[in-house]
Design a protein around this ligand. Structure first.
Ligand SMILES: [Zn+2]
Length: 452
């Protein structure tokens, strides 16, 4: 098995027709089970006139109603603590997890069975194996082992593959960097932001990561793992290859991973999921190459059926043939490109934080940044980018001016301010970075009002 570049050689190289036939078979099974176990879903399916038997092709999938996060949250509030969505008695669960939580939103609570966890690890195995990690590797997890699901499944995947696991929870950044070196870790798992944070700490400590033992980084938790400039920065600072993955608490694991060929995107694990891309406004499917919202159907969940779940993740799907690895799993070019809701409207121009990050990361001398939106003079939306430029030898005025021009040019001439702030004054994140501070009196409102 060590010879194959694929974790599941048969499934990862199936023809499109075979993949779709497999998905239809699994979908019927999923609906059968859901109808029998979850009255809440059974009623939703019945209302839509869908039965397992009536699914004959993937087109029939579109007759199934979407499930939104709001519906999931409402269900939890009405029927605490889990809502009406469990397919098995609470007592048979072995693990509890919680979404990392966005301000003002009720976190989603998730229960799992032992079978879920076998599947969760299996999904990560596709990703780790596909990125070239093998039983001889020593894998360090820069991850706080808590109720946020994060890299939990990846930890078990590494054990399953036979790697040596170094669980780096509850440690300082300095402690983590030193242990990575002391234990000759060949693989490091973290968020993209924290990979940069560790590299910065290594520089402060006078540690040379580039000539160190780490050969691969597995990134997750933020879109930046597929932003070319950020990825390059991480790879240069670590002297290692960085592979992107993406998952979600509602699934407990990843649904896509970057292969060793690094095609500039992530392969979708299509034998275990159906991933649709829709227009977030109309709900209609969009074609290959067009941006839209991810909708996921999972075949692996054993405790909570996930069927046509609207993720609000912004993606762009391209055919598998765009990668040379031989996998037949389609690709999300650029991984997860942010959230459908991330877009900010500033004086009539759309600003995606990811696009801003891609430009800021072109500047090696900028260590950390933040996008700040505010209302000037009570009426006008303003956008500024705060930057830290730690090296006193760099010409920070010139860098700020150049960055200002590039940002403006990429946004239809929208005026950006770029302001240098004190070193290490901006927040650092171990989990999901929040680099947008929107302090406008009416967020996005001033621009919308003017347009109306
Ligand atoms: Zn590939």
């Amino acid at each position: 098995m060590t010879e194959s570049p694929y974790w599941n050689p048969r499934h990862e190289t199936m023809s499109r027709a075979e993949i779709e036939a497999l998905q239809v078979r699994k979908l019927r099974k999923l609906l059968d089970w859901t109808e029998a176990q979850v009255p809440y879903h059974s009623k939703r399916l019945q209302d839509a006139g869908v039965t397992a038997d009536s699914i004959n092709s993937l087109d029939d999938l579109r007759r199934i109603p979407f499930m939104t996060r709001e519906e999931w949250m409402d269900g939890q509030l009405e029927q605490p603590p889990y809502g009406p969505i469990l397919a098995a008695p609470e007592e048979s669960a072995i693990r509890y997890h919680l979404t990392s939580g966005t301000t003002g939103k009720t976190p989603i609570r998730v229960l799992d069975s032992m079978k879920d966890w076998e599947w969760i690890a299996e999904m990560w195995c596709y990703g780790f194996w596909g990125f070239g990690i093998r039983p001889g590797d020593t894998v360090f997890f820069a991850f706080s082992y808590g109720t946020f699901v994060g890299f939990w499944g990846a930890h078990y995947a590494c054990e399953k593959m036979g790697c040596l696991v170094l669980p780096g929870g509850n440690m300082t950044t300095e402690g983590r960097v030193k242990q990575i070196l002391d234990m000759n870790a060949t693989v490091v798992c973290s968020t993209p932001t924290y990979a940069l944070r560790m590299a910065q700490e290594a520089r402060n400590l006078g540690i040379d990561l580039v000539n160190g033992p780490v050969k691969r980084l597995i990134l997750s938790g933020e879109p930046a793992g597929s932003i070319p400039a950020t990825k390059k920065l991480i790879e240069d600072q670590w002297g290692a290859k960085a592979g992107d993955t993406a998952g979600m608490t509602e699934l407990g694991t990843i649904m896509m991973f970057e292969c060793e060929q690094q095609p500039g995107g992530t392969h979708i694990i299509e034998d275990h999921y159906i991933e649709e891309v829709i227009d977030p406004q109309t709900g209609d499917p969009v074609a290959y190459g067009e941006p839209g919202e991810r909708v996921v159907t999972s075949f692996g969940r054993g405790f909570i059926p996930v069927i046509r779940y609207r993720t609000r993740d912004l993606v762009l799907k391209i055919p598998a043939a765009n990668c040379s690895c031989g996998r037949t799993f389609d690709i999300y070019e650029g991984g997860i490109r942010g959230r459908v809701d991330d877009m900010k409207l500033v004086r009539g121009t759309n600003v995606y934080p990811r696009a801003v990050e891609a430009i800021v990361r072109e500047y090696d001398s900028i260590d950390e940044f933040q996008i700040h939106l505010y209302t000037a003079e009570g009426i006008r939306d303003e956008i500024e980018v705060l930057v830290e430029i730690p090296d006193p030898a760099s010409d920070s005025d010139r860098i700020a001016a150049e960055l200002q021009t590039s940002l403006s040019e990429a946004h239809e001439g929208l005026r950006f301010a770029v302001r240098q702030v004190d070193n290490e004054s901006l927040p650092r994140f171990e989990l999901k970075a929040k680099r947008v501070l929107d302090e406008r009196e009416i967020a996005g409102g001033a621009g919308e009002r003017k347009q109306a």
